[in-house]
Structure formats: structure tokens, C-alpha cells
Design a protein around this ligand. Structure first.
Ligand SMILES: [Zn+2]
Length: 151
């Protein structure tokens, strides 16, 4: 699992065009918790935040993880079909700021992958619409990711 997350982080880095200027002080880990809005400094209702505001993940153990407001993947947290659920998030954390590598919701003990789909263009996205190809609204969809923690 660590290898898988590391390779995802590498993919994210390369996709961001940052190349392999390694030795940066970062870590990747998985957090289970709820999305919160950090606009007022302390964790508030997630609905208070829009994209561009400082979202956070409040872990079940009480730890607070700040998210990068410029990370496009964070926009999915503005969707109440996502942010109402307990979340399982794989984070890439650098200088105390997290970027989302993977985000799943946990519903009735099942790990679910939320995503957006455009039938016209056959595009799957993890960022809310409109579709960047035809400008139509994406359809919100969910599919089972896997069983939690291998059970
Ligand atoms: Zn489209």
C-alpha cells in the first residue's frame, strides 16, 4: 500500500510538471475523517467554504489536516453529496499543507469512489463540472472502491 501511494504521488508530481526535484520534505498518508471549513481559523461547517477557501480534514483522532486551497481536487469537497460523508483521504503533505491523492467516501462501512461523468464526451473526472469538453454539467456517480481496510 505504501508503494502504491508513493507511485500515485509521483504521478501527481509529474502531472503537475514539477519533475523529480526530489529530496523535498513531504509525506503521504491516509486520513479518515470529515471535511471542515477553516476559513475562521478553527474547524467550522464545511458548507461555509467555497472552492478557494481553506478546507481541512478533521481526522477521527482529532488531528486537523489543512488542504491546499489551490489544489483542484479539493473542489470535490464543495459537493454535499461528498462532504456529508465520512471521508477516507490519501494526502500528499508538504510544509503542513495537504494535496488530495485519493478521496473516497465511507457509506454504511463501504468505501465508495465519488466521481463525475460526461456521457457525451465519455469523460470521467474527480473535479466537479461543467465538463471541460462540452460544457454540459457532469453527472455525479459513485462506485464501490473496495472493502475498508481489507475486510
Ligand atoms: Zn462533455
Amino acid at each position: 500500500m505504501h508503494l502504491r501511494i508513493a507511485s500515485l504521488a509521483l504521478t501527481a508530481l509529474m502531472a503537475a510538471g514539477l519533475g523529480l526535484t526530489a529530496q523535498s520534505d513531504h509525506e503521504e498518508f491516509r486520513v479518515t475523517g470529515r471535511a471542515v471549513c477553516l476559513k475562521n481559523g478553527s474547524p467550522g461547517p464545511v458548507a461555509d467554504c467555497g472552492f478557494g477557501d481553506p478546507f481541512g480534514i478533521e481526522a477521527e483522532d482529532g488531528a486537523l489536516h489543512r488542504l491546499d486551497p489551490t489544489d483542484l481536487r479539493v473542489e470535490i469537497l464543495t459537493d454535499e453529496r461528498v462532504n456529508q460523508h465520512l471521508l477516507e483521504v490519501d494526502l500528499f503533505v508538504e510544509d503542513g499543507i495537504g494535496k488530495i491523492l485519493h478521496l473516497h467516501t465511507i457509506q454504511d462501512g463501504e468505501v465508495v469512489e465519488p466521481y463525475y461523468f460526461c456521457f457525451t464526451c465519455n469523460i470521467t473526472s474527480h473535479i466537479p463540472g461543467p465538463c471541460w469538453c462540452c460544457q454540459e454539467e457532469f453527472e455525479f456517480k459513485e462506485r464501490p472502491a473496495r472493502t475498508p481496510h481489507g475486510h
